[in-house]
Design a protein around this ligand. Structure first.
Ligand SMILES: Cc1cc2nc3c(=O)[nH]c(=O)nc-3n(C[C@H](O)[C@H](O)[C@H](O)COP(=O)(O)OP(=O)(O)OC[C@H]3O[C@@H](n4cnc5c(N)ncnc54)[C@H](O)[C@@H]3O)c2cc1C
Length: 369
């Protein structure tokens, strides 16, 4: 793989992709399989975006936060085949914790599906409704679904991403941030200005929903393409096993401090002492910023005891906190940007992993055939 220092920025690329999350990595592999020249620009010093890992003292390397992949068989099959992942069911099945009751996670999906049915039926849009339910975004499940996930969590995805980078020889310019995108004439392609002033020319630029762009100039017009920044804060807790009942991934609606709780023990079972568990807790950004760091462990432990994930005896063997900054740009402008630049700038939707992948599967199927 060419290292960042060997990349020649005077070359003109067929495609430059912003960010090295899984969606752009697969897209880059696909473009390379078509014989195109590609370059990825990544502001961090490593690939994989949100699917990276962290190593806290006295805790094994583990994924940075609580993750779940929404259900879609075709997407699961593609990921297993393309990345060579061993997917296993989350057991027990994921849940939503609301008003002290634990519901199957699918109920979130059922509520979204039911709302869409009402909306479409009210407008007599039966054809569109059929189309909606062909995507994994809308589905109704009577029984709780099987949610699949890589056996060792994001560690497996991170390694698979590195294998893909090596196999397809995808050049990545690390520690560089894209600041400005200029497209004056779609036939002349796109100019990209990096935060250190470097310029790159490309025939097309590919963004995802999580690419941050500070300035956007299309045919002399400034498009305000704001993005919001969210810090995803997670605490990993290595504890003696004081779980009250088994759980895998719970979305918590009954707390002002904690929004997700995941049991990651199975991902690290051979690396932690017997009779201990590794739990990951998603913490809201605002309380995280207001609670003094020395008090955080205590506050989180009190909360997960109150929510009855662990019993009152539970004591902490080690803990580690991380905050991962993600950028969300404006999905309502994706279509306009693509059409104003005649697709010289393409945006791949990626706010939800499964939905983002599933939207590209038709194009990417040659990668696994
Ligand atoms: C902590 C966390 C938990 C999540 N949990 C879930 C989940 O449970 N289920 C789910 O479906 N989705 C989840 N998501 C969203 C999910 O990660 C994305 O859908 C998925 O990663 C694919 O998006 P992506 O490839 O666009 O982005 P990412 O994986 O976020 O990667 C974007 C990359 O682009 C880089 N980048 C951005 N802007 C620039 C720029 N201007 N210049 C250079 N580099 C740039 C970033 O450094 C990053 O590496 C989560 C996201 C985070 C952050």
């Amino acid at each position: 793989m060419p290292s960042s220092s060997k990349i020649n920025l005077t070359d003109t690329y067929d495609s430059v992709l912003i960010g090295s999350g899984p969606i752009n990595i697969i897209e880059a592999a696909y473009l390379k399989s078509l014989g195109k020249s590609v370059l990825i620009i990544e502001e961090r010093d490593h690939p994989a975006g949100a699917w990276t890992t962290i190593k806290h003292p006295n805790i094994p390397e583990v994924e940075i936060g609580c993750h779940i992949w929404d259900v879609d068989k075709e997407t699961y099959d593609f990921l297993a085949k393309f990345f060579g992942l061993n997917l296993v069911p989350l057991n027990p099945r994921p849940r939503i914790y609301k008003r002290k009751i634990r519901f199957p996670y699918d109920w979130k999906q059922n509520a979204i599906g039911a709302k869409q049915i009402m909306k479409r039926m009210g407008k007599f849009q039966f054809g569109a409704l059929k189309q909606d339910f062909r995507t994994p975004v809308y589905r109704l499940s009577v029984k709780p679904s099987l949610y699949l996930y890589p056996e060792n969590g994001a560690k497996d995805i991170k390694e698979a991403i590195q294998r893909t980078i090596d196999k397809f020889n995808i050049p990545i310019l690390y520690k560089h941030q894209l600041d400005q995108l200029i497209c004056e004439d779609d036939k002349a392609g796109v100019s990209l200005k990096l935060s250190d002033g470097k310029l790159i020319k490309t025939q097309e630029c590919v963004l995802t929903s999580l690419s941050s762009i500070r300035e956007f100039k299309i045919n002399g017009k400034d498009i305000q393409f704001a993005y919001r920044t969210t810090d995803y804060v997670h605490m990993h807790l290595l504890l003696k096993d004081y779980r009250i009942k088994p759980f895998s991934y719970d979305r918590v609606m009954d707390s002002t401090l904690v929004h997700r709780v995941s049991d990651m023990t199975s991902q690290v079972k051979n690396e932690i002492p017997g009779n201990s568990v590794l739990i990951c807790v998603g913490i809201f950004e605002a309380p995280y910023k207001s609670i003094p760091p020395v008090e955080l462990e205590n506050r989180v432990m009190t909360e997960i005891k109150r929510l009855k994930y662990i019993s009152g005896d539970g004591t902490v063997l080690a803990n580690g906190v991380n905050a991962f900054t993600a950028y969300y740009n404006q999905p309502n402008l994706h279509h306009q940007i693509q059409s104003d630049t005649k697709n010289s700038i393409r945006v791949l939707r990626s706010t939800n992993f499964t939905y983002g992948l599933s939207a590209q599967l038709n194009r990417w199927k040659s990668l696994v055939s």
